[in-house]
Design a protein around this ligand. Structure first.
Ligand code: NAP
Length: 525
């Protein structure tokens, strides 16, 4: 590691500076996939910056009771790192996190990760063709490539409800569950009925004194059909890799076709909705409760949730579903618009994540000091959800419009990691300083994408969801098959990029002549 000297108000500080070819931000599934991809092609000059002290991203943060994946684990795992002995069809959070840790170990990524380094700004230095990245902890990193892998769902959204700070008990977001928090004898309020809440409520209801669930919009839920995977099956998967591979393919195909209804022929969703309506009828005895939990939008418009224990939990004596909207929070409880006070001891906000303002949780300055947040003020967009014009050598894993409503995100992550690695390899193997996707290419790509998204259930289904921004633009989801994304990202098309050739050694020499401090200092604040 180098130390650079920065002059500030006549004082001289030593600022730690680390240089590398590739800087990856985040060590969730995206960052891990990217690191492994680079390692596999023998490229070891990369650093992964992680703001916490361990890997895992969303699977490290979401430790709430009942946290589990709603995509079967044999598919919600890397294709190149199969795990034969998943304990259940849908593994719990702890098992997924253990899997991620084991993959990091297997591929010897530990040495490349810098923990407790939270990126606070990144800037492209045109003169040197390097990204200069600062962390909250006061370190500077300089790299040829910068890859954001912070994920779309990492910053909790706490609603602005008046009086929250007057509340005398503990309150926290579902993704910031208080370790060791005892539910015993407590009246717990859960706000929100999304993917997290429907896992939390059944898990906490047996222990809590009471659970008050505040619903604004009911979700569509279908049966989850979770089951343990027995030792016999695990042994067979281990002994016969083909069997495990076929099972993975079977899950893949059974989920992949769903995009036909969601995105290509949304009218099909009305028929599919009957499955969910029947599920409500089978699971909920009380007719009035059936009505309350039945959404008024078409299934698929918001994420379709999977649970067999959510509806039964609502029918427990100690669980109440409240549909009056919240007017304020006060010292001892929650007051609703009909002026009823619900006394509670703790509040859990299962209210989702900030998606739009913070796709990238730190400012990124590209060519001419342009801030990515300004470029995206009308909605985030990128080329293949991976590169943004004006931001050379900058890539994203799980960028705009790469989310899925129907299949495993790991498929998209692997496609993107492969694509980004190919871009990096190309630059490094030729006399190239940087690649930057052409603006016209990005615009054409997004025009087509948005045209297609306008015909999907996410637009036509009659709901508000985090998939769309305030203007109704869907900046989050990929509207096609995952294999078509894989095909599109198989090989970078170089004609789509501005390629800045190096005046070769001259530029490198110049870079060496520039004191590290100059490169480390951001020009724009
Ligand atoms: P979410 O699906 O966005 O749900 C947030 C819930 O909070 C919604 O019911 C929302 O109501 C409600 N809400 C938000 N603000 C509110 C307010 N001011 N007052 C009352 N209610 C409010 O969030 P999430 O459950 O955390 O899930 C987010 C995403 O994480 C999921 O869509 C999924 O992609 C992922 N996830 C996945 C899994 C998994 O099993 N793989 C598990 C958990 C989460 P409205 O619907 O009316 O807005």
């Amino acid at each position: 590691m180098k130390m650079s000297t920065v002059n500030e108000s006549k004082k001289t500080h030593r600022i730690p500076l680390e240089e590398t070819d590739v800087l990856i931000v985040g060590s969730g599934f995206g960052g891990i996939a990217m690191g492994i991809r680079l390692k596999e092609i023998g490229h070891d000059s990369f650093i992964i910056l992680e703001k916490e002290s361990s890997v895992g991203g969303t699977w490290r943060d979401n430790i709430y009771p009942g946290a589990a994946c709603d995509v079967p684990s044999h598919l919600y795992s890397f294709s190149f790192a199969p795990k034969y002995d998943w304990s259940r069809k849908y593994a719990p959070q702890s098992e997924i996190l253990d899997y991620m840790i084991s993959v990091v170990k297997k591929y010897q990524l530990e040495g490349s990760i810098r923990y407790r380094q939270e990126v606070v700004r990144a800037e492209f230095d045109e003169a040197s063709g390097r990204w200069v990245v600062l962390t909250r902890q006061g370190k500077t990193f300089r790299s040829r490539f910068l890859i954001n892998a912070t994920g779309g769902l990492s910053i909790p959204a706490l609603p602005e409800i008046s009086g929250l700070n007057n509340f005398r008990g503990p309150f926290f977001h579902s993704a910031r569950w208080k370790k060791g928090f005892s539910l015993k004898g407590k009246r717990i309020a859960v706000i929100g009925t999304g993917a997290s809440a429907i896992q939390i409520v059944p898990a906490i209801a047996p222990d809590a004194k009471s659970v008050l669930l505040f619903q604004r919009t009911p979700p569509w839920i279908i049966s989850r059909d979770d089951k343990p995977i027995g030792e016999m099956t695990q042994s067979l998967f281990k002994a016969i890799p083909l069997l495990r591979w076929l099972y993975r393919k079977f899950i893949y195909i059974s989920l992949e076709w769903r995009v036909i209804g969601l995105s290509i022929f949304p009218s099909l969703m009305k028929s599919y909705q009957k499955v969910a309506v029947n599920f409500i009828r089978e699971s909920v005895d009380d007719i009035s409760l059936q009505k309350i939990v039945t959404p008024n939008y078409t299934i698929g418009c918001k994420r379709i949730l999977l649970s067999n224990d959510y509806y039964p939990s609502l029918q427990r004596k100690n669980v109440s579903l409240i549909t009056d909207s919240i007017s304020k929070i006060q010292g001892n409880g929650i007051r609703t618009r009909d002026n009823r006070l619900y006394p509670v001891d703790a509040i859990v906000f299962a209210t989702g994540f900030q998606v739009f303002d913070s796709v990238i949780p730190y400012p990124v300055y590209g060519l001419n000091g342009k801030n990515l947040r300004d470029v995206w003020k009308e909605g985030a967009e990128a080329y293949l959800g991976t590169a943004v014009s004006g931001f050379p050598n900058y890539f994203m894993v799980v960028g705009p419009n790469t989310g899925l409503g129907h299949n495993s995100m790991i498929l998209m992550i692997e496609s993107q990691a492969r694509y980004i690695q190919k871009c990096i390899s190309h630059v490094l193997s030729k006399d190239i300083v940087s690649v930057d996707v052409k603006k016209v290419v990005q615009e054409k790509y997004n025009r087509r994408l948005q045209k297609r998204l306008r015909r999907t259930i996410w637009t036509l289904g009659g709901c508000k969801s985090w998939y769309k921004n305030a203007d109704g633009k869907n900046t989050t989801l990929w509207p096609g098959f995952t294999f078509s994304f894989r095909l599109m990202t198989l090989y970078p098309k170089w004609k789509n990029f501005e390629i800045k050739k190096s005046n070769s050694k001259k530029q490198d020499k110049e870079l060496k002549r520039i004191p590290a401090s100059e490169n480390a200092q951001p020009a724009h604040r």
